[in-house]
Design a binder for this molecule. Sequence first.
Ligand SMILES: Cc1ncc(COP(=O)(O)O)c(C=O)c1O
Length: 350
Amino acid sequence: MYQNLQTQNIDNIADFIDLRSDTVTKPDAQLREVMAAADVGDDVYGDDPNVNALQAEMAEKLGKEAGLFLPSSTQSNLVAMLTHNARGDEILVGRKYHIFKYEAGGAAVLGGLTYDPLPVRDDGSLNPEDIHAAIKPDDSHFPINTTLVLENTNSGQAISMERTMAAVEAGRAHNLNVHLDGARMFNACVKLGVDAPTMAAPFDSINICLSKGLGAPVGAVLVGSKDFIHKAKRWRKMLGGGMRQAGIIAAAGRFALHNYVDDLADDHRRAKALADALNETGRYDVIYQDNQTNMLFVHLDKDRAKKLGAHMRDHKIIVSAGTESRIVLHRNIDDNQLDQIISAFKSFNG
Ligand SMILES: Cc1ncc(COP(=O)(O)O)c(C=O)c1O
């Protein structure tokens, strides 16, 4: 089911508890201080100290050779696809994954690439059998399979190393490049207790988002080999992603990377507490699986969803109310606000 994800045009957004996404997190006082004090240079010339440091630190944290700072995860994933593939190549990707479903077909539009969207299992992983079966023979009727894309977390679900390795090995059996859309990879690391280099090791490239649960205002980092990042930099330039005094935002990303990763566990704890509270009412069809991190989902019929959206708004809470309402906990929601959210759900009689 596709839902309209456009803005809800909310006045006085600051007065609301916003459960639509972890992308809504606003930079806190510490991040604003770091940004105000940041040294900057011109990153297109390669001399912005904070951008250079962020790229090196992210690469080191993930055990990769190099990193590239980009304005968004969408552009980071697109740059990865353009770097790994040539016109006419085909990408194997989960049908529910962001690169296929929510990035406006960018790799097709701008790169002449096609996708073969594969079924996604209940835990968010791909089945190795589906990967093997999707490989096209070397025959002029077919596109060439070059890249496999995985996503972790997917819909807030942390995918185990075992399932990850099984999918990667299937891709490697056909000499595919393997990219991880790890926009929320640190959520997966925290949930599974797996360190970042271990999680990153099987992949050629990984996208990490700074502006979701980590709370920085803007930006993503793509990591990979030196050679891959060298090529990726040209694509970033072509797409207009070369930013000049970008150190102001990179400084926030660095601070978040060094100080806020462990806090993701609080978002996970609150998501579970909310799921438990909703289940206890016996009035909500809640989807919250064991491997869930900071998200839960509530299934409602259309009419009830609309009423819930209005009820929550009356309680100064915004949810993406639909037949499958996604509820996302993040660092701008504390335990008191969680209590407010729980009582608003409890007082809904629709
Ligand atoms: C898994 C995943 N990848 C990539 C993106 C793209 O991020 P952005 O919209 O900031 O470009 C998102 C956005 O929510 C996402 O959830």
